[in-house]
Design a protein around this ligand. Sequence first.
Ligand SMILES: [Zn+2]
Length: 342
Amino acid sequence: MNKQVRTVYVSKEQRQLNAEFMELYEPVTYQGTLLPNRGESKKQKRLTVECRFCKKKKGKTTFRQDTHLISNLLGQNNFFSIDECDQCNQFFKRAENDLAAYLGISRTINHLRTDVKAPGFQSAKGGVKVKSLGNDFLWVQNTNPNSGEFHVDMQNGKANISLESQKYKPESIYRALLKMALGNLPAGAVPDYELGFRFLMEMDDITGFDHLKRVTVTETDLVLARPFGLLFEKKANVDNPKLPQHIFCLYCIDQIFQVNLPGFKRLLPEDDFNAAPIVPYAQFDINNPIDDIVRSYYTAIFSSKESITNNLGLSMIFPTENLVGIPLGIDINEWLNNLSKR
Ligand SMILES: [Zn+2]
């Protein structure tokens, strides 16, 4: 992770926000997932003596697996970290699976890459399967008519499809995001976050901090092919203890998840980060600047330990005069496979 100079575009309506934000914070690292670093990370991992997360030393744990800095479930990538141990890799996988479930159909619909297949989607009750076949072609299959998730009214041209996600624990979403945030800290800042790492690892035992388990979400009209992370640090001349020392932003599909990092030198219940500013949306494709891209901001509360689902149900109205019949008697799966090979 090197300090890099990057030119970004900030859309017109975000410039005021940007000016205010830049008074308080400066970017520290940009971490994309495009650059492959497997060989280099393997080399460096051999020299790692302590896990960044659980603090276990070599001998008490192992450092053999490929560990991703930005979760592979957010888009297959070949950028690996150097100081996450194999035990932690397994431990965080559960949280990352929950994050993937939370994103639900979005990972399938908004898949822009051509080098890897889009992840498929299966609804919670198993009645709806969705595959992306590229070229804006989405295959929605009624796999269990008895599940009641799929209603198509051919006469009146209406379709209602339930797209209930797989179950996830909201707290796990926070854990997965905080893991990426702390994973992106420069090595020099890691000792200052001893309490932050403990909070991440022992979330079940450290009570009274549920108010920290929330994330500012910026929804945008821009869909990104690959996720990336941005880390900001409070400027040296800003002397406001109510502001987090670091803010991490995960740009993912059409959202930014903003994590205000807890546990910098202290972990106190009164540190609620209510005063933290919203990070403006930086566009990295400066050749195609777009204005009016932010749809909404909201605070997502991820403190519950109860497993839930979400439902980005699909309602469509279609003209009945143009209906095309697919001849029955073909092997749908074979037909789909042939289509996706083209
Ligand atoms: Zn570890």
